[in-house]
Design a protein around this ligand. Structure first.
Ligand code: GTP
Ligand code: MG
Length: 300
């Protein structure tokens, strides 16, 4: 019997959704950072095995923040749910083991939509590697059972891989029978240009301080395949004049660091030499500009 289905990876920001998806794929498709709200679009990751093909949809963390960009992020998460066969609600178990009271507010925005989803919900209690005293996980699991009644609950670590297969085997029991829909070597439906722009965005998240990464966006402006290399020009949009100099850094040092880190990874992705040129442009308050958000592929 062969199964095919779509799994929505939902959860509060920073729970480890993107890390988990990459772990299943054995390669990096979604970008990851220690900052919440790293993911901005639904991103598919396709896992092909002999007995099943599973399409994971990584989603932006569900949270309660204001602003148009955040509304689009939420919308994108709910849309993943609407097309899914199974929902995995991933929670940061280490965070709630240390702060049991924090779970309620974090999961609140998820509870009703997951009830309305109607399909099976599996709760993943992630980051168990970071919990020394495993007894502290019990109240976390009890709490999760209270907020998501009827859901199966699986502790795991997306980083170490412990529990990852157990979670997947629970997911597989709920997937419908069906043939594979994608070629076995396809890992995502996202175009490589998008993945390249995301890699640049990840470096912005890793290098820039505090709130600055949230008001940056990356657009590939030019992409030329030459015989020996790929030439890529990418624009980093910032929302204010003052942000521009912070992204460029003293003598261009910051931009250089971001550019070379991104180039190395884009070369791995494309398996080709890459020349990456980055430009920083100010687009005043772009996070509140619906037309521009749409142009970036954020929002429908
Ligand atoms: N210790 C530990 N850290 C983890 C684990 N999974 C993820 N992390 C870390 O948690 C942080 C957030 O991981 P992401 O995968 O970006 O989380 P996310 O849920 O996709 O976050 P958003 O896209 O912002 O919603 C990163 O620093 C990860 O390295 C885990 O199992 N154990
Ligand atoms: Mg993410």
């Amino acid at each position: 019997m062969h199964k095919f289905g779509v799994v929505a990876l939902m959860g509060p920001p920073n729970a480890g959704k993107s890390t988990l998806m990459n772990g299943y794929l054995g390669q990096k498709v979604a970008i990851i950072s220690p900052k919440p709200q790293t993911t901005r679009n639904r991103i598919s990751g396709i896992l092909t095995r002999d007995d099943a093909q599973v399409v994971f949809l990584d989603t932006p963390g569900v949270h309660r923040l204001r602003g148009k960009l955040n509304r689009f992020l939420l919308e994108s998460a709910w849309q993943a749910l609407s097309g899914a066969d199974v929902a995995v609600a991933l929670l940061d178990g280490a965070h709630y083991a240390a702060k049991p009271g924090a779970m309620e507010a974090d999961v609140k925005p998820l509870v009703e939509p997951l009830k309305g989803f109607g399909g099976p919900v599996i709760v993943g209690i992630n980051k168990v590697d970071a919990v020394k005293d495993k007894a502290r996980l019990l109240p976390v699991m009890e709490n999760a059972a209270r907020f998501f009644p009827g859901a199966e609950i699986v502790p795991l670590s997306a980083v170490s891989g412990d529990g990852r297969e157990q979670l997947l085997s629970r997911v597989l029991t709920h997937l419908p029978e069906g043939p594979a829909m994608y070629p076995e070597d396809q890992v995502s439906t996202a175009p490589v240009r998008f993945l390249a722009a995301e890699i640049v965005r990840e470096k912005l998240f890793l290098e820039l301080r505090q709130e600055l990464p949230y008001s940056t966006a990356v657009e590939i402006e030019h992409w030329a395949e030459e015989p020996e290399r790929v030439v890529i020009n990418a624009v980093i949009y910032v929302a204010r004049d003052t942000h521009k100099s912070m992204v460029i850094g003293k003598g261009g040092a910051m931009l250089k660091k971001i550019g070379s880190a991104a180039r190395v990874e884009i070369e791995e992705l494309l398996e080709q030499k890459v020349r990456l040129e980055l430009w920083v442009k100010v687009r005043q308050d772009w996070t509140e500009d619906p037309g521009f958000l749409r142009a970036l592929g954020l929002g429908e």
